[in-house]
Design a protein around this ligand. Sequence first.
Ligand code: UFG
Length: 327
Amino acid sequence: MKLVVTGGAGYVGSVCAATLIEAGHEVVVIDDLSTGNRYAVPEGAAFVEGNLVDVADEILGGGDVDGVLHFAARSLVGESVEDPAKYWHGNLDVTLSLLDAMRRHGVHSLVFSSTAATYGEPDVVPITEDAATRPTNPYGATKLAIDYAITSYCNAYGLGATSLRYFNVAGAHDGVGENHLTETHLIPIVLQVAMGYREKIMVYGDDWPTKDGTCVRDYIHVRDLADAHLLALQSNSPGTHRIYNLGSGDGYSVREVIDVCREVTGHPIPAEVAPRRAGDPAVLIASSEKIRSDLGWDPTRTELHRIVEDAWEFTRALGDRSHSARR
Ligand code: UFG
């Protein structure tokens, strides 16, 4: 199939693009490089640098595109609270333009990169897809609004789509991992301490109602996540919008993550308790039973040790190409 991957220079998008190429697909990556890295675009993908809204018609208009995997998005929770307009326009507007361009050019298959942030603070864990959606920040709200738009486009215009709601994506694959200009995620920050780019890790609260007082999250390996995109694409059917959660189903506390990073890196990784971070839920664990039973998704890299090992190998290999090393 010929597939368009928006945001294919980003962390998740680039690993998914590489996975699609491995599976024999032809891939065109569109990315404006505002947060992505050019080196992350896999060899073998055609690359178009540009704003999605500007280039969508040209790329989709050739009449030979079979589907779109849409990753391009703003994705920082804190930033979305401070500057919501950037998120409503950057996520919702851009996606509506993409959906309209797909419609104009008869491209009827979409996989959408969504998030656990659509649920907000859960009543029950593990979180299933029928849980209430009450996003606690504009980032999650934009992704939820897009899901509503996709559902109605599927119903009215024959689009076939799957939204994948990621929990905590981590790890690396084939030379691509997390290297954000602004890094907020736990595992890359802890590994930056091990690399000497930061002095210590700040633990945001140790008085949460959890096993050791620190927040619990469900970490999923980025390559397992990529496999789910391939399955979603193959199962898309016109007029249907499916929504699946993606996690490993295990919860690890912040302290447990830091301990595994200590084991993997052999570095003492100093940690200091800091106040709670606004908007953090205490526990987020996915139920991924639905995608397992519907599509046969079978993640194989679910051990946290393995996830951290891959992230560490990437972090070391990246060395001074890391944005953090340059600060
Ligand atoms: N944390 C620290 N110190 C840090 C960074 C993070 O203690 O320096 C803690 C956080 O408070 C949280 C846990 O580590 O308890 C994980 O934090 P991340 O920032 O790595 O991930 P989040 O769980 O906040 O974010 C994930 C996804 C988001 C999504 C969100 C939904 O990455 O895209 O879940 O709540 F929006």
